[in-house]
Each structure stands twice: as C-alpha cells, then as structure tokens.
Unconditional design. Structure first.
Length: 114
C-alpha cells in the first residue's frame, strides 16, 4: 500500500492550503484516514481523522479552522486548512488504517510565515 500526499507549501498567516492524500489498496478494508503533523523538535501529533462513515475528530488547536473530508471511491482524504497560523508550520503526514494494519504517507511540508 502506498500513500501519496500533496498540497503543502509556503503561505502567509491567515491564508489557506488544501492537502490531499491518495491511498492504494483495497478500499473495502480501509477504515480510518487521518492527518498528523510534526514540527521540528516536537512529537508527531494528531490533526484530524475521518472514519469510513464520515465521522470526524479534530485536535483542539485546529477546530473551526481545518476541515477533513474523504472520497471513499478514490481512497483519498483531504485537509482544508484555513486561517493558518505560524504554529501550524510542520510536516503533515497522512495515515490510512486498514483492517489489519496501518500505513503512513511520506509527509508534505507546510510553512506559515508571519
């Protein structure tokens, strides 16, 4: 299984970015998809997840600013990021949780300048 993430970049504070991540593999065994991030010197942290039936959860720090969505037919998860802050600067990783195991994408850099 491979995960291909894209959409990162450099944006000014207050701006927006949209990340996407497409997963290969059997979509009928793909349960939860999510986004995590890791800033330099910090541990990887959860940003948002979405289940097969569309239930979502968010880190408190991004609630009201980020929206996770999913196209199950395409095994693709999206993260719409609005009102970005310098504290959102990190490498963003997507994760796909299948029935028996999980996979990580390679990460995409998001840099928010003040």
């Amino acid at each position: 299984v491979q995960l291909q993430a894209s959409g990162g970049g450099l944006v000014q504070a207050g701006g927006s970015l949209r990340l996407s991540c497409a997963a290969s593999g059997n979509r009928f065994r793909l349960n939860v998809m999510g986004w995590y991030r890791q800033a330099p010197g910090n541990q990887r942290e959860l940003v948002a997840t979405i289940t097969r039936d569309g239930s979502t959860s968010y880190a408190d720090s991004v609630k009201g600013r980020f929206t996770i969505s999913r196209d199950s037919a395409k095994n693709t998860v999206y993260l719409q990021m609005n009102s970005l802050k310098p504290d959102d600067t990190a490498v963003y990783f997507c994760k796909a949780e299948y029935t028996l195991t999980s996979y990580w994408g390679q990460g995409t850099q998001v840099t928010v300048s003040s």
